[in-house]
Design a protein around this ligand. Structure first.
Ligand code: FUB
Length: 322
């Protein structure tokens, strides 16, 4: 009898049922890519698939800055399983650039895919924005312009040489596309229909307290959202507007400091009716950190007035498409 009691006590300790609740072991899906370091996510929903473009953190353990030479692309149809495709684009594909495959974004227009990137310019001191084009979302991409779209000497609102980084592109309902980018100062300008030339003056976006970098534009209903990295180490904050031209109304913090990384770079999409927040952390143990980052995904939630709820970063991530 004693043996039976002990056996049954032992089994109940092993059982995944606590006080009547099923606590079956969850799957830990964050970070979503575990076999390499990925940063600066930018997702594109095209037809039935999500294409996720990232930077590739390649810094060895004794190197304490970004070492990034190429961008990567992954795809998924359930937000849980991600297939990696061949490298779509490298810094070396831009003859006028010399280093730093920093943050980028790809969007589709008229069946072509435009990949806006940050790189270090070879001859104009400072960072620059380039644009590549492809016929497929997975590439291969080629330099669309043969020169930079934006160089440091075109923007003068700050003296720093790295203010022309982190491009994000948004096409408004009337078909007009806009390029937003920046560090310390957030800039924007309209794009021509060909998507590879600016169509007007570069302006500064006002109303983004403590803007650091990583702007991302999205729209839901009648609201435009401009999310961005704030302060340093970075949190993600956001502002809302009824127009892509502003004025922007500050909405507060959207995501807290990203674990073990001093940058925090977000992408926001809706896929099959579900909003997602895609970001990076330094979350892969034991060598993850600010220069060896990894992309994670969690749900994004809206309040009924259109404001955004603060993101809850989880280890479980997305378990399955609802
Ligand atoms: O990945 C290099 C830089 O770090 C990006 O351009 C910024 O957004 C920050 O994530």
């Amino acid at each position: 009898m004693k043996q039976v009691l002990l056996l049954s006590l032992g089994l109940s300790l092993l059982s995944p049922v606590v006080q009547g609740q099923d606590v079956a072991t969850p799957t830990f899906n964050n970070p979503i890519i575990q076999d390499k370091y990925t940063a600066d996510p930018a997702a594109l929903v095209y037809h039935d698939t999500v294409f996720l473009y990232t930077g590739h953190d390649e810094a060895p353990l004794d190197f304490h800055f970004y070492k990034m030479n190429e961008w990567l692309v992954f795809s998924s149809t359930d937000m849980v399983h991600w297939e990696e495709h061949p490298v779509p684009l490298r810094v070396s594909d831009f003859s006028w650039a010399k280093a730093d495959a920093w943050a980028a974004q790809t969007i589709e227009r008229d069946g072509k895919f435009y990949f806006y990137v940050t790189v270090e310019h070879a001859t104009v001191p400072g960072k620059a924005i380039g644009v590549a084009v492809a016929d497929q979302p997975t590439g291969p991409f080629r330099d669309a312009l043969g020169e930079a779209l934006v160089t440091n000497d075109m923007t003068t609102a700050t003296d720093i040489s790295w203010d022309d980084i982190d491009p994000t592109v948004f096409t408004d309902d009337d078909g007009q596309a806009y390029l937003f980018w920046g560090n310390t100062v957030c800039y924007y300008a309209p794009l021509k229909d060909n998507m590879i030339e600016l169509a007007g003056e570069i302006k500064v976006v006002e109303g983004l307290p403590h803007f650091t970098e990583a702007p991302w534009i999205h729209k839901r209903g009648d609201w435009y959202y401009l999310s961005y990295a704030q302060q340093f180490p970075e949190k993600t904050a956001y502002a809302m507007s009824r127009s892509i031209q502003g004025p922007w109304q500050y909405g507060g913090i959207l995501n807290e400091l990203a674990g073990n990384s001093n940058t925090n770079h977000q992408s926001i999409i809706e896929y099959r009716g579900v909003p997602y927040f895609i970001y990076h952390t330094g979350g892969i143990s034991p060598h993850g950190g600010s220069f060896r980052r990894s992309v994670s995904i969690d749900r994004l939630h809206y309040n009924s007035d259109g404001t955004l709820q603060r993101v809850i970063m989880t280890s479980e991530g997305i378990q399955k498409q609802p």
